[in-house]
Design a protein around this ligand. Structure first.
Ligand SMILES: NC(=O)c1ccc[n+]([C@@H]2O[C@H](COP(=O)([O-])OP(=O)(O)OC[C@H]3O[C@@H](n4cnc5c(N)ncnc54)[C@H](OP(=O)(O)O)[C@@H]3O)[C@@H](O)[C@H]2O)c1
Length: 257
């Protein structure tokens, strides 16, 4: 299948594939001393809805899907909330053997580690991710329950008894205990809303669909994140395909009032 071409608007205008657009990302090299570097990848309508009818497919396009899968070839781990795993029926994270080969050529494991955040551990073994024998899954949870037997290799990072999950502490443990230097968070909106106020997001890859959802839209990409002040974004890269814009932003501690 021929890779779709995107128009790069910033920097260096030109025509690129998703693979070329992300070439040389090396996110692990940007990791601070005590935790992995964390980038979030989300899609939203032009009026800010993170899903239409509870799904992202209506606001995605071919280039969006290629960038989504290509980003997974650049990171040690993919972090996702249990709500998204359930709704979007997550399976093996990198299914294409060529993409797995690209990961290995970059010095990464063939399959990224899947990190699933869940308060209540309501995940059933028929979820394609858990039913996949190639997948390694770390469940970050406040629950002391265990998932039922499944084909994936599952381990747990648990919050201390009677405490909420401290995502910063969990990321530090993923860094020290699992050697994770780069994390791609794929949402969802409620998980993002925990990461953002805690200062745990370094970059945002945002795909903006040329669509207005109005009341058929749902959550925003950082749903009701309790921020004392808005956070400034610095645009690093901007791509376009079929009217869909793909922005890469760095989050800056600078405060906008
Ligand atoms: N636009 C996009 O790019 C995008 C990306 C992803 C998802 N979505 C959409 O978003 C919707 C799902 O939204 P959502 O907000 O429910 O998804 P979510 O954030 O993936 O899931 C929420 C669940 O994740 C767990 N969780 C969240 N924060 C946690 C924390 N700090 N510690 C421990 N566990 C935590 C909890 O799991 P338990 O319930 O197991 O306790 C919580 O109920 C779907 O419609 C999906 O299609 C859109």
């Amino acid at each position: 299948m021929t890779a779709v071409k995107l128009r790069r608007l910033l920097p260096d205008p030109g025509s690129v594939t998703a693979e070329q657009a992300l070439d040389g990302l090396a996110l692990g090299d940007l990791a601070p001393a005590n935790r992995p570097y964390v980038v979030v990848n989300m899609v939203a309508t032009a009026d800010g809805a993170a899903a239409v009818g509870d799904h992202t497919a209506p606001i995605s396009n071919t280039a969006d899907r290629e960038l989504f899968h290509e980003l997974r070839t650049h990171v040690d781990a993919v972090l996702v909330g249990a709500g998204t795993v359930r709704t979007e029926r997550y399976g093996r994270l990198v299914r294409d053997p060529q993409r797995r080969a690209r990961r290995v050529a970059r010095g990464l494991a063939a399959d990224p580690l899947a990190i699933v955040a869940s308060h209540r551990l309501r995940l059933t073994p028929d979820l394609p991710l858990l039913a996949d024998q190639h997948s390694r899954v770390v469940v970050v949870t406040a629950s002391d329950a265990e998932l039922p037997e499944c084909a994936a290799q599952v381990s747990y990072l648990r919050a201390p008894a009677d405490e909420e999950v401290d995502l910063g502490a969990m990321l530090t443990r993923l860094h020290s205990e699992y050697g994770i230097r780069s994390v791609l968070c794929e949402g969802g909106p409620n998980l993002n809303a925990s990461l953002l106020p805690a200062g745990l997001i370094d970059e945002l890859f945002l795909s903006i669909a040329p669509t207005l959802a109005g009341s058929s839209g749902s959550l925003s990409i950082v749903n009701r994140a309790p921020l004392a002040h808005p956070i400034a974004l610095e645009l690093i890269c901007l791509l376009e395909s079929q009217g869909q814009l793909f922005a890469r932003y760095a989050l800056r501690p600078k405060v906008i009032v």
